[in-house]
Design a protein around this ligand. Structure first.
Ligand SMILES: *[C@@H]1O[C@H](CO)[C@@H](O)[C@H](O)[C@H]1NC(C)=O
Ligand SMILES: *[C@@H]1O[C@H](CO)[C@@H](O)[C@H](O)[C@H]1NC(C)=O
Ligand SMILES: [Zn+2]
Length: 457
């Protein structure tokens, strides 16, 4: 069962210092648009700052470009059950190529939406959040660190030994990213760097601080995703330094306190660190070429995320309500949590293999199913309450249900958002009814064969 809406969501965060001064939630600049309406092509696209972004843009120009983009491409702001991906640029202040490329990417997607099949696939299946600059202060100062001269990619809490454990003492930019990642529930992320040409994947650091290949539980999936980027690039995969144009971070040079490891282990988000140009700060004239070299990589990475892995939702068999449980894969020591509101999950996996997928939730009996993953597979789980635990375990962990509470949630949405969202709500309502009906069928003990590549367990 899959909900498909043609929506994209763009997020631009321009200046974390000001964000934190004013409180993270309120001042986040967010922008989104829908492909199902005509808003995309309002105005003349060729007259925007985005298209003029041929040179290195200043922070003020970036902000202006984002505002124009919001006017031109803005529409609906929130829907459910979409994989969420983020691109983060300019983590190191002196590596501005990522920020330029992200502006071009956003603009390209906006202009080619509805025209290009790849973009349509992306639009129909995911929310894309774009942060052109994580470190605008470092950019303005033309240096690696931020305003306090702290290197942000060493400022995250670390898993193997105590480091940056006091989150309050982390830099504002770091705290903003952590809070954002916890709030948004990203499936995957890519941060853009310069100074090399390679797609780097976790782990970035080792337990004993020595340098060697140190793969994370999802090493295979990461190699696959890194290779998608590298092979779609003009010449990244031809590297003589990095075989296939990809590298395990710890085997290249171990770092501690990096964003990539934090995102994977604490954020539940698969992050790649993409080094996209040998030259950290190339001249403005070189940017269009670098964009051409990386364009297909960026788009194919997004598309392959949409197409690679197992997804679905978890429900309770007694009430039919969504259960924000967790998903594990036999043989991979990593847990993916379903979303809190809609209990949707996205588990990235290497295609072309068989997997044993298990859903669990405290107070419910876990269930598992075996799937053959050609490209993407859908597996919805309907869990039975564990009667032995029923008396002791509170079952009100879920944010929403299919009864009056769901209506309240829907009402909140209605009050807060665009009319177009009504359409989304109607579809969600229909889905909930459908699931309730289906649940009833299940309790009658009839298990009808699900459609191709979709399993209900
Ligand atoms: C990729 O192409 C660029 C531009 O021609 C060149 O400078 C760079 O050395 C090439 N890199 C590899 C790994 O072939
Ligand atoms: C699984 O990973 C956790 C850390 O996330 C670790 O503490 C644990 O020992 C691992 N279990 C196995 C069986 O490797
Ligand atoms: Zn960097």
């Amino acid at each position: 069962m899959k909900l498909i809406f043609s929506l994209l969501f763009f997020f631009f965060n321009l200046n974390f210092s000001s964000v934190l001064a004013r409180g993270p939630e309120r001042s986040l600049l967010s922008t989104s648009f829908s492909g199902s309406t005509g808003h995309l092509f309002e105005g003349n696209p060729s007259e925007t700052s985005f298209d003029k972004a041929k040179g290195h843009v200043t922070n003020a120009e970036l902000e202006k470009a984002v505002k124009e983009f919001r006017q031109r491409c803005s529409n609906i702001s929130r829907i459910c059950c979409m994989m969420i991906l983020q691109f983060i640029g300019n983590v190191h202040g002196d590596e501005p190529v990522g920020r330029e490329l992200l502006i071009l990417l956003a603009n390209w997607i906006c202009n080619n939406h509805m025209k290009d099949p790849l973009v349509r696939l992306i639009a129909e299946n995911m929310h894309l959040h774009i942060f052109p600059s994580m470190n605008p202060d470092g950019y303005a100062l033309k240096r690696r660190g931020n305003e306090n001269n702290t290197v942000l990619n060493r400022d995250f809490p670390y898993q193997f030994f105590p480091m940056n454990n006091d989150e309050e003492a982390c830099q504002p930019e770091t705290r903003a990213i952590m809070s954002w990642v916890r709030q948004i529930h990203f499936t995957a992320s890519a941060s853009l760097h310069g100074g090399a040409l390679v797609a780097n994947y976790p782990w970035d650091g080792t337990q004993d601080k020595r340098r060697y290949y140190y793969g994370c539980p999802d090493d295979e999936a990461f190699q696959f995703l890194a290779s998608v980027y590298s092979r779609s690039h003009y010449n990244m995969s031809l590297s003589t330094e990095f075989q296939g144009g990809i590298i395990n971070g710890a085997s290249w040079y171990p770092i501690y306190g990096g964003m990539q490891d934090w995102n994977y282990i604490y954020g539940g988000c698969f992050e790649l660190t993409l080094e996209i140009s040998d030259d950290k700060w190339p001249s403005a004239e070189e940017l269009p070429t670098i964009w051409e070299y990386n364009k297909m990589s960026m788009l194919n990475l997004v598309a392959s995320l949409v197409k690679t892995g197992v997804r679905g939702r978890i429900f309770s068999s007694d009430s039919g309500r969504p259960l924000p449980g967790s998903i594990t894969i036999k043989g991979i020591n990593y847990t993916v949590n379903a979303g809190r509101a809609f209990a949707d999950y996205y588990r990235l996996l290497t295609p072309g293999k068989r997997y044993e997928v298990m859903a669990s939730m405290p107070g419910y009996k876990p269930k598992s199913t075996s799937i053959w993953l050609e490209e993407t597979a859908t597996a919805d789980f309907i869990l039975d309450p564990d009667s032995a635990l029923e008396d002791n375990t509170p079952r009100s962990i879920c944010d929403c249900s299919c009864d009056s509470k769901a209506k309240l949630v829907l009402l909140e949405f209605l009050l807060g958002f665009h009319v177009e969202v009504c359409f989304v709500l109607i579809v969600i309502g229909a889905l909930l009814c459908f699931l309730l009906k289906r649940r009833q069928k299940f309790t009658l003990g009839k298990h009808k064969q699900s459609p191709k590549r979709s399993v209900v367990v």
